[in-house]
Ligand binder design. Sequence first.
Ligand SMILES: Cc1cc2nc3c(=O)[nH]c(=O)nc-3n(C[C@H](O)[C@H](O)[C@H](O)COP(=O)(O)OP(=O)(O)OC[C@H]3O[C@@H](n4cnc5c(N)ncnc54)[C@H](O)[C@@H]3O)c2cc1C
Length: 396
Amino acid sequence: MKQRALRVAIIGGGIGGLTTALALRRAGIDVRVFEQAKEFTEVGAGVALGPNAVRLLGRLGLEQRLDTIAFRPSAYQRRRWHDGKILADSSRSGVLGRQMSLTVHRAQLLDLLLGSVADESLLPGRRCTAIEERDDAVRLTFEDGSAETADVAVGADGIHSVVRATYQHDTPVFSGKIAYRGLIPMERLSFLGEDRHLHRMWLGPGQHFLTYPVAAGTVMNVVAFVPADGTWAVESWSAPGDVLRLAEHFDGWDPTVLGIIRALHRTMRWGLYDREPLPRWSVGRVTLLGDAAHPMLPHQGQGAGQSVEDAIVLARCLERAVPDTVPDWLRLYERIRKERTERVQHASRISGEIYDLTDPEEQERRAASTLQTKGAWLWNYDADEEFDKAAAEMTR
Ligand SMILES: Cc1cc2nc3c(=O)[nH]c(=O)nc-3n(C[C@H](O)[C@H](O)[C@H](O)COP(=O)(O)OP(=O)(O)OC[C@H]3O[C@@H](n4cnc5c(N)ncnc54)[C@H](O)[C@@H]3O)c2cc1C
């Protein structure tokens, strides 16, 4: 008997949910994205996309449009906090080969994805409050009292995922650190000269300072990671921050860092959380994706990239599914993705520890290893190839 076409519901319209919707639409699958916010919006901040994500977005047809909004830093540098001595430089060591990541403004990336997913798939103002499997379908309930059914439900609803909470009882893990984030128009940073094209990080005892250009190089993204002061540890991407308080943290640092902080007019504060890996992501017809499945610390710049990898593998699985076989294909998705994302979560924690080491000699010795991680295994992964290998094994 011929099975009817698959209906997929995605809960959450962030970078992960929208990339999944785009990949599914391109495979001809009926998909709807339920987003709690009244509009699909993003916080003004930068995000890095490693080659592992860029090649997949390219295959989704976004390459040229991505080029118009992205910046490709000329090198990665790790520097010593007080005098700016270079501890590691990708252009000198060749550790990353010819590979570099793209850096983009989050809102521009989200707009690009939104413009690529058909309007009828996008349903803002729909906060999912409950999810339940019934017979051969999943029923979603929304805050406005409405309900929907689908053959598959994908929880792409971020670190505080309602979908995850339906099946798991874990809580986010606080890293003890917060980050001040901000954007500076590049014309205020002329004193940087050609160095404004770099992806740079200054490493110091207990804290570090990161800069890279976004918005096609017209704006500098700044992130200052410091210990939480004990009075504030709220998990938020966008709580307002105080530039003077931020400057106090960096008293005595490299004059270049202080110059950049002086050029900053506004900041947001961001509590840094992740979660421990889950025993499983999928239950029946329901699965998780992106931060809902594996929230990670930002120290390898892979939160967005891992959600893009998830999106591609999930779409490749669902392309082959019919309503009856959905649970089998979700198990394959999880089998391909879970170990990889756990490794990235772990690497992100370790990199954060190295950036903030209190022993300066150990920090200098290990600074280069955080770049080697990218070159060795993080950036070389091809999610399409991993799917092909796993699917071939299944049919053997
Ligand atoms: C400001 C900011 C800066 C970041 N910077 C970096 C960085 O530099 N490097 C890095 O690696 N990662 C960074 N991240 C993390 C990275 O962006 C995420 O890992 C990545 O975008 C994947 O997110 P996601 O789509 O899974 O979840 P999210 O981006 O959190 O999206 C979840 C979406 O689900 C919606 N939602 C939540 N609950 C519900 C519900 N019940 N019903 C309906 N909708 C719901 C939310 O409104 C949101 O739109 C940053 C995130 C933010 C917000």
